[in-house]
Write a protein that binds this ligand. Structure first.
Ligand code: ADP
Ligand code: ASP
Ligand code: MG
Length: 433
């Protein structure tokens, strides 16, 4: 490829309505003529709405699923009508085809595997947004091609958490992207979705569009990747939860991997590794104030950082002990891990004592119940729900103390740079006057 490619990723917040999409168009005007692969998420909260469609369909409520899909269809039509005085015919046809294909799927009986049906339905969000963005960019004179990310990103068939097959994906990216970029400088594609060898759609995990952009960046040896967010960059904590947060100007890949692994929601945790492997810099930038610098993630950042806090909500703490009062030994742990794998529990923290094993997991669907049922014969389990897992990197006594205020600490773990605690709110006891 002659010209170095950049990869931009625009998330749901930056595409939430017609005005937001116009604003993305304005940002991209500043890059006219440069080779850019533009990876887009579904608009606004479309993925959540599609999850509800999949859920209703799979739980025997096709009419409700149909109704919910119609709402999404109407919202999509409104955005399109606001964006275009005359809607391009190809766009109308593409959008209608996409909705018809999901409507047909809803008329069929559900598959045996929920996660499979989920992916076939929920992937609609990114397919729609990418057609709309590509159509809009062409309308404002920014020549763009539309690429089906499923022609490039190949995964195994772990639905809802597709594992990327790197050699196949790289071969396709190298073959398909250069001719498209030679035709138009911008190529618009979808985040979040991939394809199995049997040609079924997979998704890469919620919030996975950042990761898709990193996959494209890696495969194309991109010059840099930029993710455009509603925050000025990576901050010391989530501004939706904490006051007095500050922007981190430079981050090492290593620190970014640690932060996102521990739940800093600003970047999907799988994003950094592929970039690090090829030393591709990452810019986390504000789409609200695109002229600002954002956060620069690379090899050459210092290693002193302020305390940084990440909070994971909807956590469950499972305490597991043997029914025969024996120690939790290696063979027990092996067995427990097998069950963790089959029920796809996502473990965030583990700790064992002489007679118990504690795991802190994301409380998703009925996974905790299924796990407890599987281990029930041999182990006694107690589950504490609605917990928060607070992680402080580069912790200081003062920050840890402020995190503890008003919370009951159920489990704590410390490493030299990382402190984690599993907490619940202390119930407020009101005294009678
Ligand atoms: P996208 O639009 O790409 O999906 P997200 O909503 O997933 O963007 O990510 C941006 C959000 O991440 C911010 O609005 C912010 O509330 C949250 N966030 C959590 N932790 C951090 C952090 N450490 N720094 C910046 N933002 C954070
Ligand atoms: N649309 C998907 C989600 O909301 C993927 C993403 O936005 O990154 O999870
Ligand atoms: Mg997101």
């Amino acid at each position: 490829m002659q010209q170095k490619v950049n990869v931009f990723k625009f998330g749901g917040a930056s595409l939430r309505d017609a005005a937001a999409i116009r604003h993305v168009g304005e940002i991209l005007q500043g890059y006219a003529g440069q080779a850019i692969v533009i990876v887009v998420s579904a608009m606004g909260k479309t993925t959540n709405a599609l999850e509800e469609v999949a859920y209703a369909y799979w739980h025997g409520k096709p009419q409700e699923a149909r109704r919910k899909l119609n709402v999404i269809h109407n919202q999509t039509t409104t955005i399109i009508d606001e964006l275009f005085s005359e809607v391009p015919e190809e766009l109308t046809a593409a959008v209608n085809d996409l909705f018809v294909s999901v409507e047909w799927a809803l008329d069929e009986a559900p598959n045996e595997e929920y996660d499979f049906d989920y992916d076939q339905i929920v992937s609609l969000g990114e397919l729609l947004s990418s057609h709309i963005v590509a159509g809009y960019l062409n309308r404002i004179g920014l020549s763009s091609s539309w690429l089906d990310a499923r022609d490039v990103i190949q995964t195994d068939n772990t639905y809802r958490e597709g594992w990327v097959k790197w050699p196949e994906t790289t071969e396709r990216a190298e073959r398909l992207l250069p001719p498209l970029l030679a035709q138009t400088p911008f190529v618009v594609t979808q985040g979040f979705i991939g394809n199995t060898s049997e040609n079924y759609t997979t998704t890469l995990g919620r919030e996975g569009s950042d990761y898709s952009a990193a996959v494209f960046s890696y495969c194309l040896d991109a010059e840099a990747m930029s993710i455009w967010k509603d925050v000025p960059g990576v901050l010391t904590a989530d501004p939706r939860i904490f006051e007095n947060v500050t922007k981190i100007d430079r981050l090492s890949y290593k620190e970014a991997i640690e932060m996102t692994y521990y739940g800093a929601k600003v970047i999907h945790p799988k994003t950094i590794k592929p970039l690090q492997n090829k030393s591709i810099p990452l810019y986390v930038r504000s789409f609200i104030e695109p002229e600002l610098e954002g956060t620069y993630v690379s090899d050459d950042a210092g290693d002193t950082y302020p305390p940084m806090v990440a909070v994971e909500r909807e956590q469950a703490l499972i305490n597991i002990s043997t029914r025969d009062f024996s120690f939790v030994a290696e063979h027990h742990i092996k067995q427990l891990f097998e069950h963790i794998t089959t029920t796809r529990l996502q473990v965030n923290m583990m700790q064992n004592t002489a007679i118990s094993f504690n795991v802190v997991v994301n409380d998703i669907d009925d996974r905790v119940e299924r796990f407890c049922a599987l281990v029930d014969r041999e182990f006694k389990t107690t589950v504490d729900r609605n917990l928060e897992l607070i992680t402080v990197r580069h912790y200081t006594a003062e920050v840890v103390e402020s995190m503890r205020r008003g919370k009951m600490n159920l489990l704590e773990g410390r490493l030299p740079l990382t402190l984690q605690m599993v907490v619940k709110d202390v119930p407020v006891v009101r005294r009678k006057e």
